[in-house]
Design a protein around this ligand. Structure first.
Ligand code: KIV
Length: 289
């Protein structure tokens, strides 16, 4: 269902940019919201029309656009044009650029310079970085510099080799530590937290412990917002899906059917028909249709 009239917090104008205070106000009002990844013009403009207030140009482009097996290989130079496409073609959603592996971990200064590229060259309105307490100085420097930063905690795919694969984080003793990290990120100036693959009770405790919005993926219903990778949500991806994915469409089936029908029509000479061709005499164009 199209939802171009949604208001977010006190943002009553359906055409003006969603901004961080709107997200914060929604937390206060208890209004939940949805975030999707987007990597190109068409997906971004469809999600904007659907009323999605926040779009993430995720490093998951590594898997979902560039065909890698993990998020590790994608580079700043590969992600920048995708961020530019999404920010250029949308008016309303807040566009967050994901900083890829190796582009921010070394020092706060490295992080600052990468974030500035995504804001200046990509037109992003905010950035996201993954990690735990070790990236606190990065978050603090960005926040001091006027760069809104979302901290991605829990399972952090860029550290999959260190974490031993895709594993739920924050179970047992770790829960307390994760809640403390969340508090520290808020204190350092993060505008939001993305919480990935954490038990729902722990994510709900984090959500209650901080006044900034939490966005969950595999973190249960207690978060302030939810995010999915759009190809997962729309059923473009095949094979094994993580437990936290819900498919809302069978886009792969639709595209497959369309591509097969096209190929059949070409083989059988049904396409192009006269209505798709250009007659010698322009006056006959109408009769051609
Ligand atoms: O890059 C990405 O798609 C993410 C997901 C967790 C939403 O960070």
């Amino acid at each position: 269902m199209s939802d171009t009239t949604s208001s977010y917090g006190n943002n009553q104008n359906p055409h003006s940019r969603v901004r961080i205070p709107h997200l914060q106000q929604m937390k206060v009002l208890g209004q939940k919201w949805a975030m999707l990844t987007a990597y190109d013009m068409y997906a971004a403009s469809i999600f904007e029309e659907a009323g999605i207030p926040v779009l993430l140009v995720g490093d998951s482009a590594s898997n979902n656009v560039f065909g890698h097996e993990s998020t590790l290989p994608v580079t700043v130079d590969e992600l920048l044009p995708l961020v530019r496409a999404v920010s250029r073609t949308t008016r309303r959603p807040l566009v967050i650029a994901d900083l890829p592996f190796g582009s921010y971990q070394a020092t706060p200064e490295q992080c600052f310079h990468t974030a500035v590229r995504f804001m200046k060259e990509g037109g992003a309105h905010a950035v996201k970085i993954e990690g735990d307490m070790e990236i606190l100085p990065q978050v603090a420097l960005l926040a001091r510099s006027g760069i809104p930063v979302m901290a991605h905690i829990g399972f952090t795919p860029q550290a999959e080799h260190q974490l031993g694969g895709y594993r739920v984080q924050g179970r047992g003793q770790e829960a307390h530590r994760l809640i403390e990290s969340a508090r520290a990120f808020e204190a350092a100036g993060a505008f939001a937290l993305l919480i990935e693959m954490v038990p729902d009770e722990v994510a709900a405790q984090i959500t209650a412990a901080v006044s900034i919005p939490t966005v969950g993926i595999g973190a249960g219903v207690g978060c302030d917002a939810q995010v999915l990778v759009w190809q997962d949500m729309a059923g473009l991806r095949t094979g094994h899906l993580p437990r936290f994915v819900k498919q809302y469409a069978d886009l792969r089936g639709v595209l497959l059917g369309a591509a097969r029908d096209f190929a059949d029509d070409v083989q059988t000479g049904k396409f192009p028909g006269p209505e798709h061709a250009f007659p010698l005499d322009r006056a006959q164009e109408k009769n051609h249709r």
